[in-house]
Design a protein around this ligand. Structure first.
Ligand code: SME
Length: 152
């Protein structure tokens, strides 16, 4: 059954508050996002490793060649460095873009962080151009804020 954005945020927050297993929460989050938003073609969570590298964890969609991304590379790296959500309406027009699939047209990357500390990020691709708006940004930032609760 389809869930609303509010229901998804409440559900993830409840898992975090109940101190469910971290890996389970990340997996549930990817599934909820992929199942409830048709335009979210690829949904994945990267986690920070060694201060300067992102490592792909749970994802749904085609396998990505970018399972490890240095933070000086890609849209993913830029979001870590800037500690800001990045929306790319046309990936082929952004020189930072690292291609995951030929069908991808637009992307949003939302850091999971507390203060200045980045724990990882939610990365979503769409086969539609300009698929992500302010509503997606606000919603996904709330999801990321809830997820930050599972990290020390
Ligand atoms: N497009 C990302 C790389 C990850 S794939 O989309 C899964 C980037 O430019 O950093």
């Amino acid at each position: 059954m389809q869930k609303s954005s509010e229901e998804i945020i409440a559900f993830i927050s409840s898992l975090v508050h109940k101190k469910e297993n971290k890996d389970f929460i990340l997996k549930e989050t990817v599934e909820l996002l992929k199942e409830n938003f048709k335009k979210y073609t690829w949904v994945g969570i990267y986690l920070m490793e060694k201060e300067d590298e992102l490592v792909l964890g749970h994802y749904l969609g085609k396998p990505s060649p970018h399972t490890r991304i240095k933070i000086d590379k890609g849209i993913c790296g830029a979001a870590v460095r800037e500690r800001e959500t990045i929306i790319v309406p046309e990936v082929n027009e952004d020189p930072r873009y690292l291609a995951c699939s030929l069908e991808t047209k637009s992307e949003i990357v939302v850091p999971i962080m507390r203060g200045e500390k980045v724990f990882g990020e939610i990365d979503i691709d769409s086969d539609r151009s300009d698929a992500f708006d302010q509503k997606d940004k606000e919603f996904l930032e709330k999801v990321a804020e809830a997820l930050a609760g599972i990290f020390e």
